[in-house]
Ligand binder design. Structure first.
Ligand code: ADP
Length: 462
């Protein structure tokens, strides 16, 4: 099959969240299964020049007196098409520009014209999140009458339902499309017009049909429930590999997992915490956003630190109230609590490599990649049972000895605290079972192989 994967962000070019990782790994996995895959993205100013120095010009697309220059670059068998115009290459921000509506309406329109200009007659156009929600709508309203697009079907994947692209419909009408309302919701149109809709875990696919998780689109989603499926994300197991990871002081594998202690010592030393491999270390790597359950952590963190022989390390950036809170805790518990405010991919890997446990008590979590990385690095996840966390972490069952982590159901700080205590109890008093948990986590398959096959099945079905 010929697949055009369209995404606003793609690792390693540009990344603000998990979408970029998926846009890198899934096309690569599809290609491994024998399909022809291209990836289309905007040529942002923020893309490091060194990464695109080999890109060559392929075509121009003219729309409304604007010329879009299209470049191509091949990496590991996948062709990346970058769309260049001042709309993208002269902006300081990715998503908070005054004319975001126009930027992404144009991105969608140019993408459809680009495919034609390079004669890539896609069987499937796979659009992602609100930025490309207009593609299925544009295709249906205008381009489906074009013989070039006769066979083309669309898939729309929701990576996070909260961000929908709600604007005035001016930009879309300005491109000559018919739209009666003054307001428009790009994600809603993706949901309404795509041939199939997916989201990034089965649990989230069910959750978004409810009022609590549905972000006011649950009624629209319900209409399309027959066409909605959940396919869990994988991680790039070459990029995230504790055996070869350069960010680790001491790489390790499932047989040498005691070497994690060396990474723990390095982290403790670097951030002025008590240097002791025996103290359990709980890692947190996250955007500092209310989605991630940080309010639960704020509620009980001090109580946990005060009463227990335990350490935490938090790496994150985002909302100021969280940044201030965690820096303040560090000042008061410097030996037990380490923090780094900022985005640092290398440090993130050291945290996964150093931690005994990984805390992720999200309010909602479409899929979550961090818990998968934690599992692979032998950091036992402690999560709330929501979205992809529910599908990838099985709470330890003392009867059957099955499970790869610990979890709790309600969005409640004390439920989280007692789940942390449950994990600490295994760490301190049941080392055999603790080691078993680590092994189960590290031996799990978090690669894209299985999920990519599920996408192929879905593509084939339409
Ligand atoms: P989301 O996409 O909602 O942010 P995911 O768990 O799907 O959450 O993906 C987050 C990814 O970003 C993980 O790979 C995580 O390690 C990484 N990450 C999050 N915050 C930071 C940070 N401050 N520094 C480095 N990496 C981070």
């Amino acid at each position: 099959m010929k697949i055009a994967f369209v995404s606003s962000e793609v690792y390693p070019f540009i990344k603000t969240g998990g979408l970029a990782d998926v846009a890198y790994s899934l096309p690569k996995a599809l290609r491994k299964l024998g399909h022809e895959v291209i990836v289309v993205l905007p040529y942002y100013k923020q893309i490091p020049e060194g990464l695109v120095k080999d890109a060559y010009w392929v075509s121009n697309v003219e729309i409304q007196a604007k010329t879009f220059w299209n470049y191509c670059l091949e990496l590991e068998g996948v062709k990346y098409y970058l769309i260049e115009e001042a709309l993208f290459s002269q902006r300081d921000s990715l998503y908070t520009n005054e004319d975001s509506d126009y930027q992404f309406a144009m991105f969608s329109e140019v993408t459809l014209q680009l495919l034609k200009s390079i004669q890539f007659q896609a069987d499937i156009i796979h659009a992602n999140d609100w930025h490309t929600g207009l593609i299925p709508f544009f295709l249906e309203q205008r381009h489906c009458h074009d013989p070039f697009y006769q066979q083309t079907k669309t898939i729309y994947t929701i990576h996070n339902l909260r961000f929908q692209g709600q604007f005035s419909s001016e930009a879309v009408r300005g491109l000559g499309y018919q739209f009666d309302d003054i307001g428009i919701n790009y994600m809603q149109l993706g949901i309404q017009y795509a041939h199939k809709i997916t989201t990034v875990s089965e649990t989230y696919a069910n959750e978004i049909l409810t009022d609590f998780y549905g972000e006011n689109l649950n009624h629209i989603l319900k209409i399309r429930a027959q066409d909605l499926t959940g396919i869990v994300n994988g991680i790039d197991t070459e990029l995230f590999n504790p055996t070869t990871d350069q960010a680790l002081v001491s790489p390790y594998n499932v047989h040498t997992v005691q070497l994690k202690g060396e990474n723990k010592l390095a982290l403790q030393h670097r951030f002025g915490m008590e240097e002791n491999t025996q103290i359990p270390l709980i890692g947190i790597v996250t955007r500092l956003d209310s989605q991630k359950g940080l309010d639960l952590i704020m509620c009980v963190l001090e109580e946990i630190l005060y009463h227990n022989q335990v350490q935490f390390f938090l790496l994150g950036s985002g909302a100021e109230k969280y940044e201030t809170f965690f820096q303040d805790i560090r000042n008061r518990y410097p030996h037990k609590f380490g923090v780094y405010i900022g985005y640092d991919a290398k440090l993130a890997n050291l945290v996964y490599g150093a931690s005994d446990m990984f805390l992720m008590p999200s309010l909602y979590e479409p899929c979550g990649l961090s818990q998968l990385i934690a599992l692979r690095y032998g950091a036992v996840p402690i999560v709330r049972e929501t979205g992809g966390l529910n599908d990838t972490v099985q709470s330890y069952n003392e009867e059957t000895k099955e499970g790869n982590g610990f979890s709790f159901t309600n969005y409640n700080a004390h439920d989280m605290m007692y789940t942390i205590y449950r994990a600490l109890n295994y760490y301190y008093n049941h080392q055999d079972e603790w080691q078993q948990l680590i092994q189960t986590g590290m031996n799990g398959d978090y690669s894209w192989d299985k999920s990519a096959k599920q996408y192929v099945k879905l593509y084939e079905s339409i």
